[in-house]
Design a protein around this ligand. Structure first.
Ligand code: ADP
Ligand code: MG
Length: 467
């Protein structure tokens, strides 16, 4: 039973969160607060240090992979044969490079595994090939639309208020928003046009609009840079090319920031496809550019778990640090060592679906298959479709109790927390010019929930505290 005092505290916190712009739209169009936790996730200094150190290594890896078209094409081509969305993306590639400058704004997501698995292979199958010694397991790296820099910064403010009122334990300070906004301002300057604008490619019905609006507002407040927010269809309808520049509303678009364009839903009309082609044909700095978006595909993540492939892109030392955090990832036809002998990953996962997550080449949540869904979808799948999916070991994340506040109601429940580190990296012609870690995201959700989306209502924004 919650006491009157607790109820009041939660109500006041919700109101302050709304004041800070921690808002989201419900499917019926009503506004509510973004879901949040009142129990910061406690992390050891060692795990936090390891995770933070990895950010720049992974950014550099993504830059290198994005520069290798043959590699991307070799590994994504077979998946594209049965995945029209991926095929469309690959076909967007222009023969000529229209912009050599890259700005990567990425988020590298991890779980911390259960304590008892720390020095174990947590049920990984190929014990000999992989390394232990890290409690981190990478879920994925987001090279496109790495969301929540505004909402999570506001949550840190909200939590800090509570800390100062002695209502919450000390949190680890967090503000990824300022560096992200400053990076956009720098990219605008690097493009070299005065009086240019930033274009935010957005989904027409975006429930996470406030995360984007907060970023736009700070870009205006701090740098007096205007942002146009348009869907791909609108970009086609009102955009044009002038001397290689993308021009919208009579303004040169120096930077195009994708908060859409990562799901087939964003390309339902022929005009939307033409909108993306128009952007590609221009010299605007795309965040991310096409090759960077492709480098973040789950198929590429799976291929990079192979040591011999990873070391083609990074030094053996960095490769080792990255690999420590990899969960097992497999193609469906891959033969793997299992407790039941040598089997195809497909066969083993069909028999042990609770050990895996089946992933198509999609972003944005709600696309993966878990548990009992896996054998059903595998049974229906044609042989040639198998290339479009990868199997990933299900990470056994450490659980903890947490108070979650969702749509005005609070509940204490056993949770898991996914921690993302934001990274910003500038490169020109593949040469890295600056590369930093700029903060974190924590999403806390009930332990039995598979997916992780905040605006879809699965997970709650959270802060870290040091254990
Ligand atoms: P998306 O691109 O849709 O965000 P993710 O790979 O991040 O795809 O998966 C979505 C969510 O599913 C994650 O936030 C996480 O909660 C859960 N998930 C994904 N992979 C795993 C895994 N290997 N083990 C446990 N949970 C996972
Ligand atoms: Mg994700």
């Amino acid at each position: 039973m919650q006491t009157q005092v607790q109820n009041e505290l939660i109500e006041n916190t919700i109101e302050t969160g709304k004041l800070f712009g921690m808002l989201k739209y419900l499917p019926d169009g009503q506004l509510t607060h973004a879901p949040f936790s009142l129990s910061p996730y406690s992390i050891s200094a060692e795990d936090l240090h390891e995770m933070t150190e990895l950010t720049s290594y992974f950014s550099e890896l993504m830059i290198r992979v994005s520069q290798d078209w043959d590699f991307l094409d070799q590994h994504l081509g077979p998946s594209a044969n049965t995945d029209p969305f991926l095929k469309m993306l690959l076909d967007f590639r222009m023969k000529e490079v229209t912009q050599s400058k890259q700005l990567l704004i990425q988020r590298n997501d991890f779980f911390i595994i259960k304590d008892e698995l720390r020095n174990d292979r947590q049920g990984r199958i190929e014990t000999k090939k992989t390394l232990s010694g890290s409690a981190l397991r990478q879920v994925e790296i987001n090279t496109v639309s790495a969301s929540f820099p505004f909402l999570i910064t506001q949550l840190a403010r909200l939590h800090q208020n509570l800390v100062e009122q002695n209502q919450l334990e000390q949190i680890i300070p967090n503000n990824p928003l300022s560096p992200v906004v400053n990076a956009f301002a720098k990219a605008m300057q690097d493009y070299g046009s005065t009086d240019a604008v930033m274009l935010m490619v957005s989904q027409p019905e975006e429930s996470n609009r406030f995360d984007q609006l907060g970023l736009e507002q700070l870009l205006w407040d701090e740098h007096k840079i205007r942002t146009l927010r348009k869907s791909l269809t609108e970009i086609y309808e009102i955009g044009c090319l002038r001397e290689g520049h993308l021009v919208l509303d009579a303004k040169i678009v120096a930077v195009t920031y994708y908060r859409a364009g990562y799901t087939p839903d964003d390309f339902r009309t022929a005009e939307a496809v033409k909108g993306r082609k128009l952007i590609e044909a221009s010299s605007t700095i795309q965040v991310p550019d096409l090759t960077m978006q492709l480098a973040g595909m789950k198929k590429i993540q799976q291929v990079l778990t192979k040591p011999e492939i990873l070391t083609a892109f990074v030094s053996p030392e960095i490769s080792k640090l990255c690999r420590k955090t990899f969960a097992g990832m497999y193609t469906l036809d891959e033969i793997i060592e299992t407790p039941e002998g040598k089997l195809s990953a497909l066969e083993f996962a069909s028999r042990n679906p609770e050990k895996y997550v089946l992933k198509p080449q999609r972003e944005g949540g709600g696309n993966n298959f878990f548990g009992s869904e896996i054998p059903k979808i595998l049974a229906k799948m044609q042989k040639e479709e198998q290339n479009a999916y990868v199997l990933m070991e299900k990470i056994q994340a450490k659980t903890h109790p947490a108070i979650l506040v969702v749509n005005g109601l609070s509940e204490t429940t056993t949770c898991v927390s996914e921690i993302g580190r934001y990274g910003i990296c500038f490169a020109d012609d593949g040469v890295v010019q600056s590369n930093q870690d700029v903060g974190y995201l924590v999403r806390t959700k009930a332990e039995n929930v598979n997916e992780g989306g905040v605006c879809s209502g699965f997970a709650c924004l959270n802060s870290l505290s040091e254990s």
